[in-house]
Ligand binder design. Structure first.
Ligand SMILES: [Zn+2]
Length: 509
């Protein structure tokens, strides 16, 4: 709670013209509060609770079904929208995802359940004047109820956003395309105790909250720059003001002598997949306290949920305050998705100006804080860019590719033609050991005859840029990073997906 009682709520609701049903009744204890923080809430408890809130505030809230998990549990999103008013600054659409890692990281789901109550009954309610909120508290319901990190098929959902092999990740992709959020937040918890690695060297990491922003190099450059240079520092400052130590996400630290980077660049994770829709996309990881310690509540869940809530409040306060700026950024990014050149390589490298970074760590034996130095590999080097074509022609392996394109909401149509077509082909170097790298492919202009069954993918569609990345073996995050697809590449031959035309060029700065 942030000290805003029913009277405060009633005053605010009157000012905003809302009829606040919940404020006058009981304070709607969450399932976690009812259990006395003695265990994780179950999927059905969370579902019942959110449905109850929505029924009590039918004018502002409703529950929408995005899909079902492997075992048939509902993936339910709570949609909160304040009264429509004509304003010079448009409303922002904010999607927040909790507990993708199921029972291993339950605090996000519990915190989003509390957040829903705060938005409807307490001090956060004024935010509904500026924000449309889409809250998926429980993004991995099977994982929650089975007390595991993965889903029922034992797939890590947060690395499934290229293949979209699972119903849970497919539902998240549907949410991105259906709601077109301007802002996305994916909330996780991060174990500070790495039992098999860092703990053997006697240390745990030490932070309350880490944030990162989408960083795949195919995401429009202006949006990446805004997220990293403007939004992220402001978010860390806002979170710190709430009393937490907050820093930019530093990949997993599992050894004392490893280099340090930021979050992964691949489109396999949800943060980057969301960024590819032109949304300002952010990852949150809060501290998951070690099980070896004793706490006043079950696995310190009360403190962990409070940590998440503080971060969520800071995040929402910031995006509401900067909504005009963010809206302008996402508008530009969505136009750039259709035109900007595609970056074909990116990597974290050592920074010659800043060879080491000093990080606070905690000793396992004494629990004393120590500052240790790590090689700093957080400099992101962006490689060459290629023009975005107008369309792609897939001339082989369509049975393998079409189902994935369909799950990625990428439309393709039949491309049968009797006449040879003028195309740009990628010729894969016969000498390279890594046929998927940018250096290993030369571009040649040629004509090809389209065999029966060929497919055409016009890139002037919602997920057109995503198609260009997934289907270009040179791009970080393409399908050809996976062995089953890499095996389709033939060194020394023309690549079987051809490019036609080019979008209006725009250089990457
Ligand atoms: Zn996680």
């Amino acid at each position: 709670m942030i000290g805003f009682g029913r009277i405060g709520c009633a005053v605010l609701c009157a000012v905003l013209g809302f009829r606040c049903v919940l404020a006058g009744e009981n304070n709607w204890p969450t399932p976690l509060e009812i259990s006395g923080f003695s265990r994780n809430s179950t999927t059905s408890e969370i579902s019942m609770y959110l449905r109850g809130l929505a029924a009590a505030e039918a004018g502002l809230a409703r529950v929408e079904l995005l899909g079902r998990s492997v075992e048939g549990r509902p993936l339910e999103l709570l949609r909160l929208t304040g009264p429509r008013v004509v304003e010079p600054v448009p409303r922002l659409r904010v999607l927040i995802i909790g507990s993708q890692h199921g029972g291993a990281e339950p605090a996000g789901g519990e915190a989003l359940t509390s957040l829903a109550r705060e938005l409807l009954t307490e001090g956060l309610r004024p935010l509904l004047k500026d924000l449309d909120l889409f809250l998926l508290s429980n993004a991995n319901p099977d994982g929650r109820d089975l007390k595991r990190r993965a889903n029922a098929h034992r797939v890590n959902l947060n690395t499934d956003f290229v293949l979209l092999s699972q119903p849970e990740s497919q539902a998240l992709k549907i949410a991105l395309d259906r709601y077109r959020p301007d802002v996305v937040l994916d909330v996780h918890e991060s174990a500070v105790l790495k039992r098999d690695t860092l703990a053997r060297e006697g240390y745990v990491t030490d932070f309350d909250a880490q944030f990162d922003v989408a960083s795949n190099p195919a995401i429009p450059s202006a949006l990446r720059a805004y997220a990293q240079a403007t939004f992220l520092p402001a978010l860390l400052a806002e979170t710190s003001r709430g009393g937490l130590t907050a820093q930019r996400y530093l990949g997993e630290i599992t050894h004392l002598h490893q280099p340090v980077t930021n979050g992964g660049l691949t489109l396999r994770n949800f943060r980057n997949a969301a960024g590819m829709t032109g949304a300002l996309s952010v990852l949150l990881e809060t501290k998951l306290d070690p099980r070896i310690d004793s706490y006043p509540t079950y696995r310190n869940l009360k403190v962990r949920v409070d940590r998440q809530l503080r971060c969520l409040r800071a995040f929402l306060t910031l995006v509401a305050a900067h909504r005009a700026e963010i809206k302008a950024q996402t508008r530009v990014a969505r136009a750039a998705l259709q035109t900007e050149d595609l970056v074909l390589s990116a990597a974290y490298v050592k920074d010659p100006l800043r060879p080491m970074v000093r990080l606070p760590m905690r000793r396992l034996d004494t629990r004393q804080r120590e500052v240790l130095a790590f090689p700093d590999h957080r400099r992101l080097v962006i490689g060459a860019a290629a023009p975005l074509p107008q369309r792609l022609l897939i001339t082989a392996h369509t049975a393998l590719l079409q189902p994935i394109l369909a799950r990625q909401q990428i439309r393709c149509i039949s491309a049968n033609s009797d006449q040879p077509v003028s195309v740009t082909a990628l010729r894969l170097s016969p000498r390279s050991t890594d046929v998927g790298s940018p250096e290993a492919a030369a571009e040649v202009t040629t004509t090809v005859a389209l065999p029966p069954g060929s497919l055409r993918v016009d890139l002037n569609q919602l997920n057109g840029r995503l198609a260009a990345v997934l289907l270009d073996p040179r791009a970080p995050g393409s399908l050809f990073d996976y062995p089953a697809f890499k095996a389709l590449l033939r060194p020394g031959e023309a690549f079987f997906i051809y490019r036609v035309g080019r979008q209006a060029p725009r250089n990457v700065p």
